[in-house]
Every structure is written in C-alpha cells, then in structure tokens.
Design a protein around this ligand. Structure first.
Ligand SMILES: C[S@@+](CC[C@H](N)C(=O)[O-])C[C@H]1O[C@@H](n2cnc3c(N)ncnc32)[C@H](O)[C@@H]1O
Length: 236
C-alpha cells in the first residue's frame, strides 16, 4: 500500500480499506465540544473555539456539532471500522478534551478496543489565563490497543506528559496540533509500520509519520484542509 491522503467521509472510506493492514491508529477527531450547554456546542467551530477579542485565522471544518448521544454513536461506528483494519495488538491514540474525555474512553471500549490509559498534552502557559480558575492548559490522548499488546514491541518508552506549545508558524488548522507533539506520539507505532489517521485535518499526523520513518494513510472530508494537508505532504 502506498502513502495516501484520501478526500472523503471516513465512514465511507474506511470500509474500502483492507482488514488487518495498519500498525497504529493515531487521530484527532472532531471533539463536538465547546460551550457548557447543548445549544452552544451545536454552533460552528469558528464561533465555539474563537477566543474573545481574537480573530479566527483558520477555515471552518465539518463534524463538530453533534450532541453527546449522536457523537458517541458516531465515534463507535468509525472506531469499529478502524478495529477491523488494524492488526492484532496495534495501538490506538485518540485526542480529546476534558469535556469529552469520558465519552472518548467509552467509545474506544464500545468499539472493542482495550483501554490502556490517558496521556497528557501540556499546551504550556501560552494558553489564555483565567483569573480565579485553573488554566485550561491540557488536552488528552486516550490510548489503548486492539487486544493484547506485547511488551516486546519495536517501540521506545514514551512520555506520559508531552509539553509542546502551539506556534503560529506550525498551525495549519483551527485545532491543529504541533508537529513536534505528533512526532513524539507516532513513535508508539512499531518501527517502520503504517499509521492510519481518518481525521487528518491539515495532515500533522501524516507529516510527523513521514518525518519519523513510518508509512501513512489519511482521510479528510473538508476540502480546504485536504488541500492544506496535500500541500504539506508534497513539501520535502
Ligand atoms: C480536530 S481536526 C484534526 C486536526 C489535525 N490534527 C491537524 O493537526 O490539522 C478534525 C478533522 O476531521 C475532519 N472530519 C470531520 N468529520 C469527518 C469525516 N466524517 N470524515 C473525514 N474527516 C472528517 C474535519 O474536517 C477536521 O479537519
């Protein structure tokens, strides 16, 4: 299988991929988060994730407006397809935030994976301070595996907390992850393996995979971000 970035809906594309063909699932799906009430969560990402007084520099994306029940049902659907296309013992990494942490650990297990823990992405003190409150400084990586995960895998010891600030020059998506963060996380995959990211966004997981010597397959539904990712992947 060659490296590829497919433009389409993960729910339609995943069933076309061969069973047992990937060594890791590493993805950052829409969180369907933001706001405290259902009505605020159903707003567009542009509205939900814009900090007051700031200007949104990145395009909107699809799939972030589901309510809790439909988000869980949807997560379970695509995760079950990912379960089919992964090899036995393959690791799974799912990004989420504090609101969706319980839903994400439920979805992982509903789809048949073994839940193994939660790693932390420390976004550093660069995030907006709020007087009298904890700084909302972390996002989470719910991780697990397809069944038994042998200790003797060809992968290094990984940090449980990864500290990486978001830098403007390295942010290509409204919710884009730092490339150096992803370079550390993709090392969960066995050396030289093939990584699947069905919600590729601006392609950060795929760029990190390439830089760390892995093969990759990505899927992205929003045309704008599919093009951004393609552009990043043709740049040496
Ligand atoms: C949180 S973003 C990923 C950002 C990425 N980690 C980055 O660094 O650029 C999630 C992406 O999933 C895409 N998406 C949402 N629903 C999708 C679907 N059904 N199939 C494929 N992509 C989808 C959105 O367009 C969005 O770009």
């Amino acid at each position: 299988m060659k490296n590829e970035l497919i433009h389409g809906d993960a729910l339609s594309v995943l069933p076309t991929l061969p069973s047992g063909s990937f060594d890791a699932l590493i993805t950052d799906p829409p969180y369907a988060s933001g706001g405290v009430h259902a009505a605020s969560r159903q707003q567009s990402p542009q509205t939900k994730y814009m900090q007051s007084g700031s200007r949104q520099l990145h395009a909107d994306f699809v799939g972030d407006e589901r309510d809790q029940r439909s988000h869980l049902a949807w997560m379970r659907l695509w995760l079950a397809e990912c379960h089919r296309v992964l090899k036995e013992g393959a690791p799974v990494l799912l990004f989420t935030d504090w609101r969706q942490l319980p839903l994400t650990t439920d979805a992982l297990q509903c789809a048949g994976f073994t839940w193994r823990g939660v790693a932390v992405w420390d976004k550093t003190e660069g995030v907006r301070p709020q007087k009298g409150r904890f700084r909302n400084q972390a996002e989470y990586v719910v991780w697990g595996s397809k069944g038994h995960m042998p200790l003797a895998r060809r992968a290094p010891v990984l940090p449980g907390v990864v500290r990486e600030a978001v830098r403007k020059v390295d942010k290509h998506h409204m919710t884009g992850k730092p490339t150096d963060l992803m370079r550390q996380l993709v090392r969960i995959c066995e050396t030289g393996g093939r990584i699947l990211d069905p919600f590729a966004g601006s392609g950060t997981t795929l760029v990190a995979a390439r830089e760390e010597g892995y093969a990759y397959t990505g899927i992205e539904m929003t045309e704008h971000y599919w093009q951004v990712a393609q552009q990043r992947l043709v740049t040496p």
